[in-house]
Design a protein around this ligand. Sequence first.
Ligand SMILES: Cc1cc2nc3c(=O)[nH]c(=O)nc-3n(C[C@H](O)[C@H](O)[C@H](O)COP(=O)(O)OP(=O)(O)OC[C@H]3O[C@@H](n4cnc5c(N)ncnc54)[C@H](O)[C@@H]3O)c2cc1C
Length: 421
Amino acid sequence: MQNQYFTKAQKPKTAIIIGAGIAGCAIAFALAKRGIRVKIVEKNNKIANEASGNIIGVAYPRLTAKSSDFGDFYKQSFLYAKNILQEIGDKTSFKQSGCLMLNYNLKIKKRNIDIFKNTGWDNSSVKLLNKKQAEDIAGVALNCGGIFYPYAGYLSPPKLCQALLDMYVDMIDVEFKCKINSIDRNGQKQKWQVGKFEADMVVIASGREIANFEQTKWLCKYLQFIAGQVSHIKANKYSQNLRTVIAHDGYISPAVENIHYAGATFHRLDNSTDFTNIIETMVDNTENISKIAQNLPALNINKNTIDMNLVGARAQIRVSTKDHLPVIGRVPKLVNWKVEYGDLKYGKILEKDINFKYSSYFSNLYLIGGLGSHGMTSALLAGEIIASDACCEASPVLNKTLRAVNVGRYIVRAIKRGEVI
Ligand SMILES: Cc1cc2nc3c(=O)[nH]c(=O)nc-3n(C[C@H](O)[C@H](O)[C@H](O)COP(=O)(O)OP(=O)(O)OC[C@H]3O[C@@H](n4cnc5c(N)ncnc54)[C@H](O)[C@@H]3O)c2cc1C
């Protein structure tokens, strides 16, 4: 398989990563593995403090009923994450409990059946279960069957971040309380300057702030900021029998030290919202609990038990993109793309004829973001995509997948539509 862009004479020796969430830690792991010395700069005083800070998150594949770039990317990322989690899972509290996606209505049932038929995975990776089979696996009574992923499970996102850094402790260094406002190129030295640090390569992995830099600010209008909340619910004598993650209109984990983690709500925010003050609300807890009551009544978690059983909650913001695929790869030079591909607007060149490999990018400046609701699985493959490109290795994913996640796709689409960008 070809490298996404072009062959470079030298692989970088040093890298700065902005952000110590799962995206930053995954790329640090992938670069350090290749012998690149990494400095992570993080504005908070600990790793995994924002979106990646939930106590428990679920790791399951996000597939589509019909073949799509989205489905392909998430299928590949789940398979990659599964291998890493099997290797370092004990350090991340990973439990391979499986995940049962319930057929909680007819439309979802049809979608689950189509996903099952189209995954191309064998019966050890995906199973279609009737109600009785699903109940045997879940350990609790259910209203229906569903599709089951035995390799899925739940984990501690902060522990996953830490475990990735610990794998190459001599190669990765984290600078806390270090907010970065700009990324500057020192052309003479062929280095990037980030705060007081300098390196051959920079990766922007700053979650909801990926579009806060001069080189990436155009991307903001193609991002979606979605607030969400996970509720922490004390297990009761019925729910404690739950043995697998159940995904319905939301999700619930089996009890971890007697607590279930159930999520997550979705509130689309305006891109100009001030994100500094995201707070937990009772309305969101009620929403999470109502969905459990409706789809999993046998757990006896409902509005009547909420006062007794609710022990906490955590609200944060996910970042997604307009086409729901992440943005992974080199940062395009917007000005050049606008000139080079201006004729897209007049149909003189077609999007399919553009080879992103030969487009203009900032040298050794990368971006990883828009991981949406599946960062725990997608970040690991995203890290590999970037590290393999930086080191001129064959890409771990198909060319069409690289193209689908390329940051510049939004520039091309905007030019085609005649949008101002
Ligand atoms: C309620 C909720 C539930 C979720 N549940 C799941 C789940 O069950 N499974 C799953 O896979 N995913 C889940 N997700 C999604 C997942 O959490 C995200 O996809 C993932 O955490 C995104 O990681 P990130 O590293 O891109 O961002 P973040 O974790 O937000 O990391 C970005 C980091 O960059 C730092 N930073 C930002 N700007 C700067 C700057 N200028 N200078 C220095 N540092 C900076 C921040 O402080 C932060 O530490 C959930 C998300 C939410 C909100």
